[in-house]
Design a protein around this ligand. Structure first.
Ligand code: NAI
Ligand code: MG
Length: 347
């Protein structure tokens, strides 16, 4: 038996942290089926070289030749570039990876960081403002830009079910629905109502009976996240709110370089560190590889390889706790490869 893993480092520090995750997976030895890696292209550099950010071959290989994948990070320009569209947003759609699951946990907090944070942001991954239907017109007010925000019952229901599943599996069994339906009563209202109704779906039976449902407006959720993040267990949110909340939550526990995620669908799973391509530090060999190693662990856990996943998480946690070998984002002086070596020694 083999485990076929697609690797898409993409741009910037993605090229530095994905190889680290690969090395950590290899170090698991017989705790997982023999890994077989497939190097795949996507990203801004791919676009500048070949004129396409997400080549057909990459999508095809993921669909036909891979059991799972790890994605690094892309550098997307903030101005519109004709023909370019973010490959990660496209991949999530192509593979129907409708949930982005982002656990944020404090391990050995330093001064200024929050202790005892243990939450998961469950972000809807396919719609909201990320459908990218934007138009620019010139009207009485000069230029007028409009964006479509799509919320559907189907997507809200399945992200809701995923979030209830995760909440039901955790000790506190507490689900907080994040929305802004006091203002956006139609779109956020639909999201809120649909998620709330999940436990009473006929096919659900009583399996979510033990889950407590809370809700919080997104602005006050940010406020509480900074003041008392310990109150949150599982947070489910439409795409944009979930994106912002999880980056914010990363600050509570030290660094974006620690926060993993998986993009999950019913048929495929892709690990991905939450951070971007970090152009400010790319190429210096100092990117924190721990978010990517944890993303590999999440991916393996999702596939049922609990022992391998646990070993990766235990090793990462120990490196953070010991505090001897940390990259500069965690106020250390170590390099990416030194941190990787510390993880590999523990494995
Ligand atoms: P970013 O996440 O790349 O960086 C934010 C800050 O965190 C920077 O100071 C960076 O040095 C630091 N940081 C991030 N990851 C780190 C790591 N592993 N180790 C140490 N420090 C780390 O966000 P930014 O700067 O807003 O975006 C840069 C580019 O990344 C943009 O082109 C953006 O479009 C893209 N991006 C891509 C994402 C993806 O591929 N899913 C997600 C977010 C941004
Ligand atoms: Mg983000």
């Amino acid at each position: 038996q083999k485990l076929r893993i697609g690797l898409i480092p993409a741009d910037g520090i993605g090229k530095e942290v994905i190889p680290a995750a690969k090395a950590a997976i290899i170090a698991l030895g017989s705790d997982i089926p023999k890994p077989e890696f497939l190097d795949l292209m996507a990203g801004w550099e791919t676009f500048t070289r070949y004129g396409v950010a997400l080549p057909e071959e990459t999508i095809h290989a993921l669909r036909s030749d891979c059991d799972c994948a790890l994605f690094g990070s892309v550098s997307s320009p903030s101005k519109k570039v004709v023909g370019y569209s973010s490959p990660i947003v496209a991949l999530r759609k192509e593979l129907d990876l409708y949930a982005n699951i982002r656990p944020v946990v404090s391990v050995a907090p330093q001064a200024g960081q929050q202790p005892d944070v243990d939450l998961v942001v469950v972000r809807e991954n396919t719609e909201c403002l990320y459908v990218k239907q934007e138009i620019l017109e010139t009207g009485a007010n000069g230029k007028e830009a409009r964006a479509t925000r799509l919320i559907t019952e189907r997507a809200s229901r399945r992200i809701g079910q995923m979030a209830f599943d995760i909440a039901a599996s955790r000790p506190r069994k507490l689900l907080t629905i994040i929305h802004k339906s006091n203002v956006l009563s139609v779109t956020d209202g639909l999201f809120r109502e649909t998620v709330r109704a999940v436990p009473s779906l006929p096919e659900v039976g009583g399996i979510y009976d033990g889950v407590t449902i809370n809700e919080q407006l997104v602005d006050s959720a940010v406020y509480r996240l900074f003041r008392e993040p310990q109150v949150f267990d599982v947070m489910v949110a439409p795409n944009l709110y979930g994106d912002i909340l999880s980056d914010a939550a990363a600050a509570l526990v030290g660094s974006l370089g620690l926060i993993p995620s998986v993009n999950a669908g019913d048929d495929f799973i892709m690990g991905e560190p939450v951070h971007g391509s970090a152009p400010d530090i790319a190429g210096q060999g100092i990117a924190n590889p721990l978010a990517s190693i944890r993303s590999a662990a999440l991916m393996l856990r999702h596939l049922g390889y609990t022992k391998g996943a646990d070993r990766l998480d235990v090793a990462v946690d120990q490196v953070i706790r010991e505090g001897q070998t940390l990259t500069p984002d965690l106020k250390g002086t170590s390099t990416t490869s030194e941190v990787l070596d510390a993880v590999l020694r523990l494995l």
